[in-house]
Write a protein that binds this ligand. Structure first.
Ligand code: ATP
Length: 682
C-alpha cells in the first residue's frame, strides 16, 4: 500500500463512510448544543447564583457551536487495542470522566459524543490524541494507521493514510504541505491539524514547566505559544480558570492579528495584552541610552532603597488621650516597632502594621490601668489622629509615582538610593533634563512604567496568574521581565522569541538571563529550527544580516524552497510593485520606514489600500505597514521600501531590517533608490 493515498485514487466507499461519520458527528454536536440550551438556570437558589449559572450555560452553548467551514475533525487513528482516555497521572485532566475508547478514534477541535456517551470526536488535547502528532514508523505508539483528512470549505473531500506499523518510511504528506502553503488572508489561524512533533512537545509540556523557545522567523513560536495556552486550559481547566492565563505580545497590531486563534480553539477566557497594556500606556520619548539604564535589573535595588529611604527615624513618642487619661508610647518604643517591621513586610502592609502595633501598645497601657478594651478599641486607636500623625511622619503614605519622581529629579536622593549600583555617569543620565513641576504632571516613558510597577510591588504584592505566554521576549528589558515574572510568580511561563529579532535598546543576547530575570531559572530552553513561513530563497537573503546582528545563531532553515520568490529592484515604483502583487492571490504588506508612511500611502493613491492601524478592525488586502509595527506579522506578498532608511532609523536598525525581510509567505520584493546596506550585499 502506498504511504499516502489521495484523490482521485480514493476509494469512494471509504470516503463516503468518513463523510457519514462527519455528518453523524455534526448531528451529535447539534444535539449536545440543544441539550445545553434546554438547561435552565432556575434551579440555582438565589438571583446571583442564577446569573452565574446562566452565564456558564451561555458559554457552554457558545462553545458547542458548529462552524460549517471549520473541520470538526481532521485526523483518525486506528489503534492496536482500545484504551481508556484516562487521566494522565500528573495532570488534572479536564472535566470529563475517563471513558472506554474505541480502537478507531477521530481527532478534532473539540470533544463530541453521541446520545450514549460514545465518543465520536476526541479533543486534540486529550492524552490519547498525542499519537496523532507524535507517532512515527519508528515509534508507532500503538497506532496501526494514521489518516489525515482534507477539506474543501466545510466538506470532507480527501484523505491520506500513513501506515505506522509496517516499518515503512513515510513520504511527504500532501495534505500537510497544502495546509502550510495555503495563502494567508486576514488574521492568523490555528495549526491544530498540522502541529509538528517538535512543536507538539512544547505545546504539551506540563503546567509546572516553564519553557523558553528560541526560533528563527516563521518557525511557529507564536502558534505554539497559543496552542500551549489552549492545551493547558483544557488539561487544568479548573485551576487555570481561577488563576488565569495571559498572552503578552509586542504591540496591538500583533494582538489583533492573533486574536482569533484561541477563540477558534474554543478558549475565550484568555487575556491578550502588551507590556504597555499591562504596566501602563506610558510613552514619553526617551534617549535609548537612558532607557537602557532604566531597564537594567540593577534598578531593582535602587528602587528598593529609594522607597525605604522614605522611612524617617521616629524622634517623638505617642500620646493618646482618652477621657482624663493619657497613654504614652515612648520614642524608643516607636523606634523599636519601626525597626522590627522594616524589611519584614511590603511597604503598605508595614504602614498598617505600624498603626496596629502602636495601638496595641496603647491597649497594653489601658490594661495596666485596669481597663479591659477589646479589638474594636484597638482598631479605633489605630485610626485615631495621634497614631495617624506618627505613622504619616515616620512611614509616609506614598505612591510609586511620588517615589520615582523624587528619584529622577533629586540628585542627592538618587545618589543615596543608587549607592554603588549605578556609576555617577549613569546617575547623571537618569536625572530629568527638564524636571516636571510635580509627580502629578510628570510624563513617564515606557521604561518608567516598569520602574513604577516594581515600586508598586514593593508597596503591595502583585497577584500572580497561573500561566503567562510571553511572545517576542527578546525585546523586553530586565525590569520588564521582572514585572512579568511577578505575574507568574506562583505559576509558569512560555517564553518565545528570537535573539536575532531584538530591536529595543535592551534586547537580550541570552535566554538564560531572560529566565533569570523572569524568576523562572528552572525553565528549559529549547529551539524550533524549521521555518513554515518564509521561502528558503528569501530566508537565505535575510540571513546575510545574521553575522552582524546575532553571530551566535545558525542560519535558519525553511520547509519551502520558494524559487523565484525574491526580487530586488533599484529605482522601481512602489505602485507598480503593488499592482503586480494585486494580480496574485493573497495578502500584500508594503513595509516602509516609519517616516515614509504618508508618502508611500500617497504614492499608492490609485490603489485601494489602508495604513495598518492597530485600533481598527478594518481589513484590507493591501496594507502599508510602518517597519516598527511589522514584528510577528506575515503577508503573502511583502514589498520592502528602502532598506537603508529602515536601518538608519534606529540603533538596532539592522535587526529591524531582518524582521521586515522575514514577513513574506510567498514573495518578497525589495525596492531601493539608495544603495542597499553593505551587510545585505556582502
Ligand atoms: N505546524 C504548522 N502547520 C502549519 N502552519 C504552521 C505550522 N507551524 C507554523 N505554521 C505557520 O507558519 C507561520 C509562522 O508561524 P508563527 O508566526 O507562529 O512563527 P514565529 O516563529 O512566531 O515567527 P516570528 O519570529 O517571525 O514572529 C504562521 O502562518 C503559522 O500558522
Amino acid at each position: 500500500m502506498p504511504a499516502s493515498q489521495l484523490a482521485p485514487d480514493i476509494p469512494a466507499d471509504v470516503l463516503a463512510a468518513e463523510q457519514a461519520h462527519l455528518a453523524a458527528s455534526r448531528a451529535a454536536l447539534k444535539a449536545m448544543r440543544e441539550h445545553a440550551q434546554s438547561l435552565s438556570a432556575d434551579a440555582a437558589g438565589d438571583w446571583v447564583s442564577q446569573q452565574i449559572l446562566q452565564s456558564l450555560l451561555d458559554q457552554r452553548v457558545a462553545a458547542l457551536a458548529d462552524h460549517a467551514d471549520t473541520p470538526l475533525f481532521f485526523g483518525r487513528l486506528d489503534r492496536e487495542s482500545p484504551e481508556r482516555s484516562g487521566r494522565e497521572s500528573d495532570e488534572e485532566h479536564s472535566d470529563r470522566e475517563p471513558v472506554d475508547l474505541p480502537t478507531t478514534i477521530y481527532v478534532g477541535r473539540r470533544h463530541v459524543h453521541d446520545g450514549h456517551s460514545k465518543p465520536l470526536v476526541i479533543d486534540w488535547r486529550a492524552p490519547v490524541s498525542r499519537a496523532f502528532y507524535q507517532a512515527s514508523p519508528s515509534d508507532p505508539m500503538g497506532v496501526v494507521r494514521r489518516r489525515r483528512f482534507g477539506y474543501h470549505g466545510g466538506a470532507l473531500t480527501a484523505f491520506e493514510d500513513e501506515p505506522l506499523s509496517e516499518g515503512v518510511e513515510l513520504g511527504p504528506s500532501k495534505i500537510l504541505t497544502d495546509e502550510i502553503e495555503r495563502p494567508r488572508t486576514g488574521p492568523m489561524r490555528d495549526i491544530v491539524a498540522t502541529i509538528q512533533p517538535d512543536q507538539d512537545e512544547i505545546v504539551r509540556a506540563t503546567l509546572a514547566q516553564t519553557v523558553c523557545v528560541q526560533g528563527a522567523p516563521g518557525t511557529g513560536k507564536t502558534a505554539v505559544g497559543l496552542h500551549r495556552a489552549a492545551y493547558l486550559l483544557f488539561t487544568h481547566r479548573e485551576r487555570l480558570a481561577r488563576a488565569g492565563v495571559m498572552i503578552v505580545g509586542p504591540n496591538r497590531a500583533f494582538l489583533s492579528y492573533i486574536s482569533s486563534v484561541l477563540p477558534a480553539l474554543g478558549e475565550v477566557k484568555v487575556d491578550q495584552t502588551t507590556v504597555a497594556g499591562l504596566l501602563g500606556e506610558h510613552a514619553a520619548p526617551e534617549d535609548p541610552l537612558v532607557a537602557a539604564v532604566k531597564g537594567d535589573a540593577r534598578m531593582a535595588a535602587v528602587l528598593d532603597r529609594a522607597l525605604w529611604l522614605h522611612i524617617v527615624k521616629p524622634e517623638e513618642g505617642l500620646v493618646f488621650t482618652k477621657g482624663a487619661y493619657r497613654y504614652r508610647v515612648a520614642d524608643y518604643e516607636v523606634r523599636e516597632i519601626v525597626a522590627s517591621l522594616r524589611g519584614t513586610t511590603r511597604y503598605n502592609p508595614g504602614r498598617a502594621a505600624l498603626a496596629q502595633r502602636l495601638a496595641h501598645m496603647v491597649l497594653v497601657r489601658m490594661e495596666q490601668r485596669g481597663e479591659s478594651p477589646d479589638d474594636r478599641v484597638q482598631d479605633a486607636v489605630a485610626r485615631s489622629k495621634p497614631v495617624k500623625q506618627i505613622v504619616d511622619a515616620v512611614w509616609p503614605k506614598l505612591t510609586p509615582e511620588q517615589v520615582l519622581y523624587r528619584l529622577l529629579s533629586d540628585r542627592e536622593f538618587l545618589a543615596k538610593a543608587a549607592k554603588s549600583d549605578l556609576s555617577p555617569d549613569e546617575q547623571e543620565m537618569l536625572i530629568w533634563r527638564k524636571p516636571y513641576r510635580s509627580w502629578k504632571s510628570a510624563k513617564w516613558s515606557a521604561a518608567d512604567a516598569a520602574l513604577l510597577d516594581e515600586l508598586g510591588d514593593l508597596m503591595e504584592r502583585t497577584p500572580s496568574l497561573g500561566h503567562l505566554v510571553v511572545d517576542e521576549a527578546q525585546d523586553l528589558s530586565e525590569m520588564q521581565l521582572r514585572a512579568l515574572g511577578r505575574r507568574c510568580r506562583n505559576g509558569s511561563a512560555t517564553v518565545l522569541g528570537d535573539l536575532a529579532q531584538g530591536t529595543t535598546p535592551w534586547s537580550t543576547s541570552s535566554w538564560q538571563s531572560v529566565l533569570e530575570h523572569l524568576g523562572q531559572r528552572e525553565g528549559e530552553v529549547t529551539e524550533l529550527t524549521l521555518g513554515f513561513r518564509v521561502p528558503r530563497e528569501v530566508l537565505d537573503y535575510a540571513a546575510r544580516l545574521l553575522p552582524s546582528i546575532a553571530p551566535g545563531l545558525a542560519a535558519p532553515r525553511s520547509l519551502r524552497p520558494g524559487a523565484g520568490s525574491l526580487s530586488v529592484r533599484a529605482g522601481d515604483s512602489v505602485a507598480e510593485a503593488a499592482k503586480e502583487a494585486l494580480a496574485k492571490e493573497g495578502s500584500i504588506g508594503v513595509i516602509v520606514p516609519d517616516a515614509r508612511v504618508a508618502e508611500v500611502s500617497a504614492e499608492l493613491a490609485g490603489l485601494p489600500h489602508a495604513v495598518l492601524d492597530p485600533d481598527s478592525a478594518e481589513e484590507h488586502r493591501l496594507l502599508v505597514i510602518p517597519a516598527t509595527l511589522a514584528k510577528g506579522l506575515e503577508y503573502d506578498h511583502v514589498i520592502v521600501v528602502e532598506p537603508a532608511d529602515i536601518v538608519e532609523a534606529e540603533p538596532r536598525g539592522l535587526a529591524r531590517l531582518y524582521v521586515v525581510l522575514t514577513r513574506a509567505v510567498t514573495s518578497l520584493t525589495v525596492l531601493h533608490d539608495r544603495p542597499l546596506p553593505a551587510e545585505l550585499t556582502a
